[in-house]
Every structure is written in structure tokens, then in C-alpha cells.
Write a protein that binds this ligand. Structure first.
Ligand code: SAH
Length: 218
């Protein structure tokens, strides 16, 4: 364990325990996901001015009009994904890197794409601080996925495309799962499992994400 993980103060540990209790009450039942969320410090993924709010059940700004998802959504998406026991996961929208860190503690290989360079740089630094070495980051428009590294056992999209990203779903291996918020004004969390060239599609619950945007920001 890195010094940063050992050095977490009691206050943060207690607020984190309360966060886990709230997640359980909200219906998150995967003990492994909850255990990892209890360990990974969420406050280091925020600017200092906001870090005291890190364990509230709310999304928080990370700059560039982007947000770190609320703990419940991170837990829910991770729980759905982990039911499929993936080895490799492609994440679109690295953002703060918090969801990336949670995934890196749960699966063997994480690939994460971010279109805003400044966010990616900060995320890289935080992941390094936590000693997570099974993550590869890429600065690109993630809408096209990361074909060279595929097929993936799972794809998690953390910004909302207007429609189910069918092309991207072809980077899933057989039995692989995509989880993504889909829609514009009204969004729903969707799970798609690959069966041949077809997909079993299930809507999970209504959500609110920033939009998946085209192009990159240097
Ligand atoms: N998983 C992140 C959530 C960040 S919000 C976290 O835990 O903090 C969504 C992120 O998706 C933003 O950082 C945004 O810049 C990024 N994004 C939006 N469209 C994208 C695209 N086409 N390719 C890659 N990243 C994208």
C-alpha cells in the first residue's frame, strides 16, 4: 500500500464508511465493489477546495464543465459490469480517474480514453500516486473506441451518447458487456451483452450524465 493510502486521516475513513452504508441502503449488494470503494480515496480525485465534499452522494465538478459521478452511479455501473467477471475493460471518459481507479482494483487490465488533455494529465498523476499500474490511458475521441487493444470483455461509457454506440459495441468479445448512459434530455443507463453479432439489451435506470462529445481538446 502506498503512503498516500496509509496516511488517510480518520475523518476521511469514517465519512467513507458512511458512504458505503448509504450505498448498501440504496441497493448496492456487491461486497467486493463496496470493499474497493471503501479503500480508494475519493477526495484525491477532486480539487482541494472541493475535497471535503468527496464522500457526499452527489456528482461534483472537476473543471472543463465535466463532473465526477456520484458514488451511487459509480457503484451501480461497476456492480453491473462485475457480474460479467471481465478481465479487460475499456472506459470512455477518464475524467478525474476515480472510476478508472475503482476498475483497476477489480479487473486485470483497464484501458481508458479521455478527450480533454488537462483532465487526462491529472488523472494519470492520481493513478500513479495510488500505485495502479494496470491502466493504459489514451488522449483521443473515445467514440471510436480503442480497436488495437480489443476485443474487450467490457466497455463502460461515462458520458452519454445520444444513441446506443453500435460500432463501439463491435469491440466487445463474445459475451462481453457494454454499460452506457444513453439519451439527450432524458437518459437511461443501458446494458448490452454481445451474442454473436447481436446484443441483449436491458435498460437499468434513469441517469444524468454529461454528453459524449466529438473531437479532442489539447
Ligand atoms: N468517469 C469519470 C466521469 C467524468 S465525466 C470520473 O470518474 O470522473 C465524463 C468524461 O467523459 C469527461 O471527462 C469528458 O471530457 C469525457 N468525454 C466526453 N466525450 C468523450 C469522448 N468522445 N471521448 C473521450 N472522453 C470523452
Amino acid at each position: 500500500m502506498t503512503p498516500e493510502l496509509q496516511g488517510i486521516g480518520m475523518t476521511s475513513r469514517r465519512t467513507r464508511t458512511r458512504m458505503i452504508q448509504r450505498l448498501r441502503e440504496a441497493g448496492i449488494g456487491d461486497d467486493q465493489v463496496l470493499a474497493i470503494m471503501a479503500e480508494v480515496p475519493r477526495h484525491i480525485f477532486l480539487d482541494e477546495a472541493l475535497s471535503h465534499r468527496a464522500y457526499e452522494d452527489t456528482s461534483l465538478p472537476i473543471g472543463h464543465s465535466q463532473t465526477l459521478s456520484q458514488p451511487y452511479i459509480v457503484a451501480k455501473m461497476t456492480e453491473v459490469l462485475m457480474r460479467h467477471k471481465p478481465r479487460s475493460v475499456l472506459e470512455l471518459g477518464t475524467g478525474s480517474g476515480y472510476q478508472t481507479a475503482i476498475l483497476a482494483r477489480l479487473v486485470a487490465e483497464v484501458y481508458s480514453v479521455e478527450r480533454i488533455k488537462a483532465l487526462q494529465d491529472r488523472a494519470r498523476e492520481r493513478l500513479r500516486t495510488l500505485g495502479l499500474r494496470n491502466v493504459r490511458l489514451r488522449h483521443a475521441d473515445g467514440g471510436i473506441g480503442w480497436a488495437d487493444q480489443g476485443p474487450f470483455d467490457a466497455i463502460m461509457v461515462t458520458a452519454a451518447p445520444r444513441e446506443l454506440p453500435r460500432d463501439l459495441m463491435m469491440q466487445l468479445g463474445q459475451g462481453g458487456v457494454l454499460i452506457a448512459p444513453v439519451g439527450e434530455h432524458e437518459q437511461v443507463l443501458v446494458q448490452a451483452v454481445r451474442r454473436g453479432d447481436d446484443f441483449d439489451i436491458k435498460e437499468i435506470e434513469p441517469v444524468r450524465f454529461v454528453p459524449l462529445l466529438a473531437g479532442v481538446v489539447r
